[in-house]
Design a binder for this molecule. Structure first.
Ligand SMILES: *[C@@H]1O[C@H](CO)[C@@H](O)[C@H](O)[C@H]1NC(C)=O
Ligand SMILES: *[C@@H]1O[C@H](CO)[C@@H](O)[C@H](O)[C@H]1NC(C)=O
Ligand SMILES: *[C@@H]1O[C@H](CO)[C@@H](O)[C@H](O)[C@H]1NC(C)=O
Ligand SMILES: *[C@@H]1O[C@H](CO)[C@@H](O)[C@H](O)[C@H]1NC(C)=O
Length: 250
């Protein structure tokens, strides 16, 4: 269905709450059997009235409600027109903070879920409070942008110069806004720490067990020498101690 010239619509909406959008049809002969409002393929409301006027209330103009609203007059064939609810880009960082290992490729992602679509994405690195634009294809930077999503890839992460805050800014016909992503870079060695920790733990455990076993050995030999006298041990510990001392003296 294309926009019908006989339909007059309300002007585009860019802000406000409880905003009424409407469509008026004129000079139309076939009977009107109802109306519907649609957005993104979904039916928002519908009725069976014959009036040449239909309206819909947008509760709050924001990223979620932004979009293309279609008013449909149920005639034969149906005719419709569009009302646009537009906002500045609503940008979100996929993750507010990312981290990568030294030498790896860091990936920062931002998305925009508002209407109209983003015309231009720009990435900035914040250095001492100053946002410096990142140029695609320079040094380690690669930017991939597609409509409502942008991805900044930073190759060969450096511990010194790459950590910090990055901005992803989106521009559409209503303006520019952005989101911030923090990047942390860990040294290769730091990535190994948890593994080295486990190795150290195992080594300490093995050593303790080894020492313990070593110390226990002579004791066990004595116990064996005592033959069937084991039950007596608890009753006469002094006796055993004497035994040990005697043997040690020998
Ligand atoms: C819509 O139609 C009504 C009734 O025909 C008319 O009074 C009103 O002025 C129209 N509004 C616009 C914006 O065309
Ligand atoms: C972004 O665009 C893709 C492809 O057009 C679409 O499937 C997806 O729903 C969009 N995401 C948002 C948040 O608008
Ligand atoms: C960045 O440059 C690469 C090629 O060097 C290109 O494929 C990509 O589309 C560019 N991205 C943007 C956002 O222009
Ligand atoms: C980028 O977006 C941020 C946050 O919305 C804003 O403060 C800043 O002014 C924007 N920068 C540019 C160059 O538009």
């Amino acid at each position: 269905m294309n926009t019908d010239p006989s339909i007059v619509t309300s002007t585009n909406v860019t802000s406000g709450s409880a905003v009424v959008i409407f469509c008026n049809i004129s000079e139309y002969q076939p009977p009107i059997q109802g109306h519907a409002w649609k957005k993104g393929g979904k039916i928002l409301t519908s009725d069976k009235e014959a009036s040449d006027f239909t309206s819909y209330t947008v509760e709050e103009v924001n990223a979620d409600s932004s979009g293309v609203y279609e008013c449909v007059f149920e005639t034969n064939p149906p005719v419709s027109s569009f009302v646009y609810v537009t906002v500045k880009p609503h940008v979100m960082a996929y993750k507010k903070s990312e981290h990568g290992n030294e030498g790896d490729t860091g990936v920062l992602v931002c998305k925009c879920n508002s209407y109209p679509p983003v015309n231009q994405w720009t990435w900035y690195k914040v250095n001492n409070g100053v946002s410096e634009p990142i140029v695609n294809g320079t040094d380690q930077f690669f930017i991939k942008s597609s409509g409502n999503k942008t991805e900044l890839r930073i190759a060969n992460l450096d511990m010194e110069k790459d950590p910090g805050d990055y901005l992803c800014n989106a521009t559409n016909e209503l303006g520019t806004s952005g989101a911030q992503v923090g990047l942390r870079v860990r040294s290769r060695l730091a990535a190994l720490w948890p593994f080295l920790g486990i190795v150290a733990e195992v080594l300490i455990l093995v050593t303790i067990i080894f020492i313990y076993e070593k110390r226990r050995k002579p004791d066990e030999v004595l116990d064996d020498d005592d033959g069937g006298s084991a039950p007596l041990k608890s009753n006469a510990p002094n006796h055993k101690d004497k035994n040990v001392r005697q043997r040690n003296a020998n």
